[in-house]
Design a protein around this ligand. Structure first.
Ligand code: GTP
Length: 664
């Protein structure tokens, strides 16, 4: 209010005492208002800067880079990463105890399902032995689908807490994420969590860490993230064991783009790690990847919400956005390096990240055709925050216009589906997931096919195709040995090839199988959990493309293929799947005046068939029972009539039948 009064006073004086020598000029109302608003905004900005400078920023400014620590938590899904992060934030006063749980799980779906999808970062101030430390905690996803996200976050860290659940011990993802962290040279601190559980066996978990990772467990911290027991011992260990980032604030700016998200008002917001130099509002920066130049609008830290700062310096992780804002999110290339305009020659860009490729595809259609535009908007909004998703428009006779979406894995896909439903309330139909196949033609041409509609027909396949390849993965499965028989059976039934079998404790098995990705996306993980009472854990890595007997299975309705219902499958699956299709489709189709023939076919070979009989009018209703010749005549006439109808009539199947059939 004081600021407003000051401005009004200033406005009134400026009209009373005009600039000497010039005739007094009355200030228009619109101009007065403009001057008033801009001055209020300036005063408000100054007040805010003064406030932040006085407390948080002054403390941060006094911390040298030697007292920065950037770290993350490496763990298997559900071992308690997010809970532990909450405790650490409480301990450092970043959030109030019990105020907000799972702070770093920002997406609704993350909170609901209890899984982390996007890496989140938080800056904390920690006083250790009388000195302030600036800690950056990066919460990473644990699931294999988000491996790219995980390795990106590791790149901005100097060390990690290797977190293992005391009752479950080392699991498949702990192993995979450990190797990823180890390969990036991170300093690892073993932490055993959930020691409060009656089933906790911390000694066994420590033993596994020693044997599988050759880690020195003398520094291990045994905690309960839930009750807070011993959590205060973690940060001293972080300060003492994890190296400070290296960087020089005096050098020209070298800034790595780690993540980005979209805000309607500010445009694309970038999460960056400053390697050298510093960045502040008003700086002109340039991207090495695109060559585009921007003016920095605001810089700040995640504390845990966006907290504006005057400057971000070498070693820090923080956010920046531009003014005018970055409009298109594809300008923000994850792994890109930015520098100050004019320093392009002096600065060596950082090695970027490998772009993850979509490996699981689904088609999505609005259940109501009029909703297409809304669905398109929703999808576009969502992919702004997750550019690993690929989108192509497609249309199908049976279902109308829709989209073909590509994901990193099945969890990624189902999380996206949930986000669409929860965050936008859009009703959509999603087809079962498929994987890409690679077709090698005899003339040397190669084609990667993600949509069954583009798969070569039977004739082309025989005459012009050399071979068809499918993607395979090397799956690592860990589980108690009593389930070994069942797991092997499951892998073999899914065209798996055994690669190795090891015991890493007397009762825990590590089994490696090469499995086609096509089998994996067909709810393999669900089946694995089913046959091991939920004890198995799984991780996988890319194992390349392998030749395979791949065909296209189609659904025919009265001999006409239904384009929305075709799938690229392995030859061994066609009979089972074909039978399933026709039986399921029959359930959803209503009887009509004509006979409806439902078939599943590979090329010209029909693998399964069901028939829906037409309605039959009782032409004999009014007839006397003994009149046999008349009776035969009427039935013959009805048969004739139906033949004619069959020849000219075409069944119209309601869209809802396809929707019901395709719904999971
Ligand atoms: P992702 O984000 O999916 O990787 O999972 P996460 O590792 O972050 O696990 P999260 O923190 O969501 O914890 C998983 C479950 O374990 C939750 O139900 C927690 O309440 C529970 N939990 C976490 N820490 C402890 C603990 O110390 N003791 C007990 N008893 N339960 C815990």
């Amino acid at each position: 209010m004081r600021g407003c009064r000051q401005v009004l006073r200033w406005l009134s004086t400026s009209t009373r005492y005009p600039v000497s020598g010039l005739p007094p000029r009355p200030i228009q109302w619109s101009e007065q208002r403009r001057l008033f608003t801009s001055s209020v905004a300036r005063l408000a900005r100054q007040a805010q800067t003064a406030k932040t400078l006085s407390d948080l920023e002054k403390r941060i400014a006094a911390i040298p880079i030697e007292r920065y620590r950037n770290f993350c938590i490496v763990a298997h899904v559900d071992h308690g990463k997010s809970t532990l992060s909450d405790r650490l934030l409480e301990l450092t006063g970043t959030i109030q105890p019990g105020e907000n749980h799972q702070v770093l799980d920002k997406l609704d779906v993350e909170r609901e399902r209890g899984i982390t999808v996007k890496a989140q970062t938080c800056t904390m101030l920690y006083n250790y032995k009388g000195e302030d430390y600036l800690l950056h905690l990066v919460d990473t996803p644990g699931h294999v689908d988000f491996r790219a996200e995980v390795s990106r976050s590791y790149a901005s860290c100097g060390g990690a807490l290797l977190l293992v659940d005391a009752s479950q011990g080392v699991q498949a993802q702990t192993v995979a994420n450990f190797y990823l962290a180890f390969a990036q040279g991170l300093e690892l601190i073993p932490v055993i969590n959930k020691v409060d559980l009656p089933s906790a066996e911390p000694e066994r978990a420590l033993e596994q860490m020693r044997t599988s990772f050759e880690l020195d467990t003398s520094k291990a911290v045994l905690v309960s993230a839930k009750t807070g027991l011993n959590v205060d011992q973690i940060l001293p260990s972080v300060v003492e064991n994890i190296p400070a980032p290296v960087g020089d604030s005096k050098k020209p700016l070298r800034m790595l783009l780690v993540d980005s998200w979209y805000s309607t008002y500010k445009g694309v917001i970038l999460l960056v790690r400053i390697f050298d130099g510093e960045v502040k509002a008003g700086d002109h920066v340039v991207s090495f990847a695109t060559g585009l130049k921007y003016t920095v609008g605001e810089v700040g830290i995640m504390h845990p919400e966006q907290t504006p700062q005057c400057v971000l310096r070498a070693g820090q992780v923080g956010y920046i956005y531009f003014n005018p804002g970055m409009k298109r999110s594809n300008e923000a290339k994850i792994g890109d390096t930015f520098t100050r305009v004019g320093c392009e020659k002096e600065v060596e860009p950082l090695p970027g990240f490998e772009e993850p490729k979509a490996m699981v595809f689904v088609a999505a259609y609005p259940t109501d055709v009029d909703d297409f535009d809304r669905l398109e908007d929703s999808i576009n909004q969502l992919i702004l925050n997750d550019r690993s998703i690929t989108v192509q428009k497609e249309s199908s006779e049976a279902l109308g216009a829709g989209f073909r979406l590509g994901f990193l894995g099945t969890l990624h896909c189902s999380v996206f589906e949930d986000r669409l439903r929860h965050e936008y309330g859009t009703k959509i139909l999603i087809t079962p997931p498929t994987v890409p196949v690679r077709v090698i033609y005899k003339d040397g041409r190669e084609e990667t096919i993600t949509n069954p509609v583009h798969f070569p027909d039977e004739e082309t396949l025989h005459l012009r195709v050399q071979e068809v390849l499918e993607p395979c993965v090397l799956a690592t499965l860990t589980f108690p040995d009593e389930y070994l028989g069942r797991v092997i059976e499951l892998c073999e039934a899914n065209r798996g090839v055994q690669k190795s079998l090891e015991y890493f404790t007397s009762s825990q098995v590590i089994l490696k199988y090469e499995i086609p990705l096509m089998q994996l996306v067909d709810d393999f993980f669900g089946k694995l959990k089913g046959s091991t009472k939920g004890y198995a854990s799984m991780d996988y890595e890319d194992a390349g493309w392998k030749p395979s007997n791949i065909v296209k299975l189609q659904l025919l309705v009265n001999k006409k293929p239904v384009d929305a219902v075709s799938r690229i499958v392995h030859y061994s699956q066609v009979d089972r799947l074909g039978r399933q299709w026709v039986t399921k489709f029959k359930e959803h189709v209503e009887r009509q005046m004509f006979e409806i023939v439902i078939q599943a076919a590979v090329g010209r070979r029909i693998v399964a068939r069901e028939t829906i009989k037409p309605y039959r009018k009782d032409v004999l209703a009014k007839l006397h029972a003994s009149d046999i010749t008349r009776r035969r005549k009427l039935l013959e006439k009805q048969k004739e009539g139906r033949k004619r109808l069959n020849a000219i009539g075409n069944v119209v199947i309601d869209q809802s039948a396809y929707q019901a059939f395709l719904a999971k």
